[in-house]
Write a protein that binds this ligand. Structure first.
Ligand SMILES: Nc1nc2c(c(=O)[nH]1)N[C@H]1C(S)=C(S)[C@@H](COP(=O)(O)OP(=O)(O)OC[C@H]3O[C@@H](n4cnc5c(=O)[nH]c(N)nc54)[C@H](O)[C@@H]3O)O[C@H]1N2
Ligand SMILES: Nc1nc2c(c(=O)[nH]1)N[C@H]1C(S)=C(S)[C@@H](COP(=O)(O)OP(=O)(O)OC[C@H]3O[C@@H](n4cnc5c(=O)[nH]c(N)nc54)[C@H](O)[C@@H]3O)O[C@H]1N2
Ligand code: SF4
Ligand SMILES: [Mo]
Length: 712
């Protein structure tokens, strides 16, 4: 298990799996004790970077509140039970619902850690695939769904997403992302602060567009406030300015791009003046940004959560691709490039390039997207009577009560289910509704290879992490649990479970067959990775289009039909727009903090202690108008809910906008996490609205929600 053993202490190297940055860690242990966790200077990718959450790994490992045995509810009380009984109970409960009401009566939600835990990546489908339900939901549709759709529609695969080449660009235009706090998203970039400094040291510029002056805005060359939900208008104006100035240069992309004129025609008329009226950035500034972008030798436009989880998320992602494309920065060094990961999931057997509209949801007739339905639909599919109603749920490593819009409604919906199974480390706001909870081994107790986030790295790299700590007695790894569930459920269905291979074997095969594998001079294999626990650098991103395009035509599709239709509708709306009146409502957005991780890890005292971070940020002018002072309680109300929260008055937020972090609100009855309950906070998703979604994809628009605020 360890590489170095000295006087009872052992030193282990591993990748942190908690966020997308996959930082290299050096963990020192003595027996069963974790002595220290620090950044690995020898990791060629993260170069010693870590954040405070890495120490939270020790807390998760030792947490007395973490489940270490399966539990089931008996007369409303949790009782520990054997694995055999727990698996049988889970499968029998689901099977009865499937037998009586059909397979659509079972819903599945897969949360964010599914993509951070390779055992779940490789094995969850063995079991979940047996439940032949279309009612699949995941964190994707409260997150990056529009970006994946763009990969699918424009380049032929939902994972073929161009990544900003931060190490070589001269002009980085960043919208709705805060990598200094989030450590990067769909841009796996460990030490991002260092890379931004290097960009500036070589004369480059970082421009941040965000309704909040974020930690990233603080280190940027320029920051512009933008009215939430209006980035598409701003981006259309940038594109139109560049076209009008005849400053486009497609270069070699011209030969294999289709539909560009149609795309440009669909957004015509959105000038800097038109956009300025809605987005709040002056027309002169919009024009200056457009021309600076077009004239920079190497420029890249990138946008994350703020531009995905809003009303026009898909239009934003599309416009950013177009902007990079028309300025010659797509598939270009210093622009946006796709990766060449060591395990090429995009070409793996059985992978799914994408889909849209193959079927519709039962209640609202909403479109299927990438094999799922948007998570905003989950509650109504459970609550609305009729054939095909969801009667049972399986949640895997997720906490949708705190993470998806209108959490209160989902909370009620889950309580009304006939049966529910949760696979989770904790009894949290979601799993408390389950009939049986199946816990799995903690993060340090199993090995790891990042199958997903290496696809989004700012460099190509590979790293295998052996287990750091022995598995705690009686626990199964996620992949083992899924195999057992698959065996049990198959038996009930009267089918044979599919053959399954351990993750290590799948990885070794993937590495050897991959682009740096047996056929290449690098000769990557699991054995080779094991010999380099600090990780192996596989070089910078390189231009690879059209060869790497994954659609049949090998042509970039600049004008996906659904998107062009939506663009035209938005353009018509913008051209008609009367100048905004002073609005009686404020616009609610989210916020991430480096010491917090979505809806969990709040049971780590070292991460949550200190100043309360679950506060409502409000601009001094709005605070004054509402009679609110720093530290006052405010009542915040939206269409779906109301809550009370302390305010922080700061000019770090745009006038007319308020910000509340998500993932808090642990005071709900029955949550078994003592520290988290004590530092409960409130849930932003008790305010976000399940009907407020991205027009094209149905992605949750958790940013830009209309709220009223009053002293309370
Ligand atoms: N308002 C608002 N809402 C948001 C967001 C926002 O910005 N604003 N962000 C959205 C985003 S981007 C995301 S990704 C979602 C995330 O929301 P979710 O999908 O709900 O994911 P998490 O909050 O990370 O919940 C993680 C759960 O998985 C469990 N877990 C952790 N590791 C493991 C493991 O290895 N195995 C198992 N079995 N369980 C594990 C934890 O105990 C925890 O209960 O929230 C979304 N919701
Ligand atoms: N510390 C920490 N790190 C994390 C996470 C965490 O919870 N904590 N979560 C991880 C996950 S799951 C994800 S998906 C990533 C997210 O990574 P990021 O997207 O980099 O992080 P966010 O803080 O959500 O940044 C979104 C920004 O969008 C802004 N914004 C809101 N609405 C709008 C809008 O309409 N337009 C524009 N231009 N901006 C807007 C917000 O003010 C915010 O600064 O972070 C990951 N890393
Ligand atoms: S930045 Fe992310 S990957 Fe790096 S140590 Fe922090 S949580 Fe772990
Ligand atoms: Mo996310």
């Amino acid at each position: 298990m360890s590489e170095l053993q000295t006087q009872g202490t052992a030193v282990h190297r591993r990748a942190c799996h908690l966020c997308e940055a996959i930082c290299g860690l050096v963990i020192e242990t003595r027996g069963a004790e974790i002595v220290s966790i620090r950044g690995d200077e020898q990791d060629p990718f993260s170069r010693g970077h870590i954040c405070p959450k890495a120490l939270g790994l020790k807390d998760i490992h030792e947490d007395p509140d973490r489940l270490r045995k399966p539990v089931k509810k008996v007369d409303g009380q949790w009782v520990e039970t054997s694995w055999e009984d727990a698996i049988e109970t889970a499968c029998e409960g689901l099977f009865q619902v499937q037998k009586t009401h059909g397979s659509q009566a079972i819903g599945v939600y897969q949360g964010n850690p599914n993509v951070h835990n390779w055992g779940l990546m490789t094995h969850a489908a063995n079991f979940l695939g047996l439940i032949k339900t279309k009612n699949r939901f995941s964190a994707t549709s409260v997150d990056q769904l529009p970006l994946q759709l763009m990969g699918y529609w424009m380049y032929g695969h939902q994972l073929l997403i161009p990544i900003p080449d931060i190490d070589h660009t001269d002009y980085f235009l960043m919208l709705g992302a805060n990598p200094i706090a989030s450590n990067g998203s769909l841009m796996t970039v460990p030490d991002v602060a260092k890379r931004i400094k290097a960009l500036q040291a070589r004369g480059g510029k970082l421009i941040v567009i965000d309704p909040r002056r974020t930690e990233t805005a603080d280190v940027a060359d320029h920051h512009h406030f933008i009215q939430p939900g209006t980035d598409a208008a701003f981006l259309f104006a940038l594109i139109n300015t560049i076209v009008e100035a005849k400053a486009t240069r497609l270069g070699r992309l011209e030969e294999f791009t289709q539909g560009l004129q149609e795309a440009l025609d669909s957004i015509a008329g959105i000038t800097a003046e038109v956009a300025s009226k809605v987005c709040g950035i002056s027309a002169d500034q919009i024009r200056a940004i457009a021309l600076d972008f077009a004239r920079a030798e190497k420029a890249v436009c990138y946008g994350r959560m703020g531009t995905c989880t809003q009303r026009h998320g898909t239009l934003c992602q599309w416009a950013m691709q177009l902007l990079n494309l028309i300025t010659g920065n797509l598939d270009s060094v210093g622009g946006a490039l796709v990766t060449q990961p060591a395990v090429d999931l995009l070409n793996a057997p059985g992978n799914k390039p994408g889909s849209y509209g193959r079927w519709a949801s039962r209640v609202g007739q909403k479109s299927e997207v990438l094999g799922e339905f948007p998570s905003s639909l989950m509650a109504e599919e459970i609550l609305t009577e009729g054939e095909g109603k969801i009667q049972a749920m399986v949640t895997v490593a997720g906490n949708p009560v705190l993470s998806t819009p209108n959490g209160q409604k989902l909370d009620q919906a889950l309580e009304s289910l006939k049966f529910m199974v949760s696979i989770d480390l904790y009894i949290n706001e979601t799993s408390r509704h389950a009939d049986v909870i199946l816990p799995t081994s903690g993060p340090l107790e199993h090995d790891h290879y990042d199958l997903i986030f290496n696809i989004f790295g700012v460099r190509n790299q590979a790293k295998y992490s052996a287990a750091t700590m022995p598995r705690q007695e009686g626990l199964l790894h996620d992949w083992e649990l899924f195999n057992k569930l698959a065996a049990c459920y198959s038996a009930k269905l009267g089918t044979a479970p599919k053959p399954s291979f351990p993750p290590q074997m799948v990885l070794d095969m993937g590495l050897q067959m991959g682009p740096y594998g047996a056929q290449s001079t690098v000769g990557l294999s699991l054995e080779k990775l094991k010999a380099h626990p600090e990780g192996i650098d596989l070089g910078p991103l390189k231009p690879s289009f059209p060869a790497r395009l994954m659609n049949e035509s090998k042509i970039i599709q600049a004008a996906p039909e659904v998107v062009v239709t939506a663009a035209k509708a938005y353009v018509a709306e913008l051209l008609q727009a009367v100048p905004p009146m002073p609005s009686p409502t404020l616009s609610l957005i989210g916020r991430r903090h480096v010491r917090s991780n979505n809806s969990w890890m709040h049971n780590s005292l070292r991460l949550v202690k200190g100043k309360n971070r679950c506060t409502l940020w409000i601009h001094p002018a709005d605070a004054q108008a509402l009679g609110l002072k720093e530290g006052d309680s405010a009542q915040v109300q939206s269409r779906v809910g109301r809550l009370t929260v302390p305010v922080e008055v700061t000019d770090g937020i745009m006038p007319g906008v308020v910000s509340l972090p998500h993932g808090w609100g642990h005071a709900r009855a029955g949550v078994k996490q003592r520290v988290a309950v004590e530092h409960a906070g409130v849930s932003a998703n008790d305010l976000t609205d399940d009907l407020y979604v991205d027009v094209v994809s149905g992605n949750a628009a958790v940013n830009g929600v209309s709220v009223t605020v009053s002293k309370g």
